[in-house]
Design a protein around this ligand. Sequence first.
Ligand code: GAR
Length: 227
Amino acid sequence: MSACRIVVLVSGGGTNLQALMDAAAGGFIPGRVVAVISNVPGAYALERARRAGIPAEVVDQRDFPSRAVFEAELLRRVEAHHPDVVALAGFMRILGSAFVTALRGRMLNIHPSLLPRFRGLHTHRRAIEAGAAEHGASVHFVTEELDGGPVILQAAVPVLPGDDERRLAARVLDKEHIIYPLAVRWLCQGRLEMIEDGAWLDGAPLERPLRLERLPEAEWAALARRR
Ligand code: GAR
């Protein structure tokens, strides 16, 4: 099988993009990031891509007369790279039905909460305010429902006494950098699929999201071998 082609969509700092680029460069992900596209012109993630020698593009919604026209152009630019995987990595725009449908089963998102808790924004603040004992991150297939597609893999962190949004976010982000490359690896390996509305791994449906903490030994061994 030829190397898996990954397009990453970003809006911000790009630490998840960095984790994906590093995982591909080190061979943990059997593929390569072929393009990075941002809807925000000054996003630092673009600089990270350029430093890695990866084409970095901007599709700014403000340059388009409507959301539909913007998304049609974004889709055209994504498809031009013939991606096997499209990874939303801090991409802060809600995507409409035509875009999502065209990339169904190929598009993943990382979300900073233990879905289905805290869909949407300000997840860390909301977890603290809700008095949650644990919080975390989820990787899921993207469907039309915002942060509502089938969840593949999660990692949890405790909410500690005295936590503020920033400290909790940093702890969650460390976990994001582990679970996102792992899920992209599975998709690139052909082990992960979306069938109807469910996530399947190794030919079996996931009855519930996998938890990093409880993954089998072989997955931990692969993580330990990462360069
Ligand atoms: C990450 O925490 C990611 O989970 C979140 O934005 C951050 C991006 O950080 N995504 C969302 O909230 C999507 N709804 P990064 O640019 O450093 O990867």
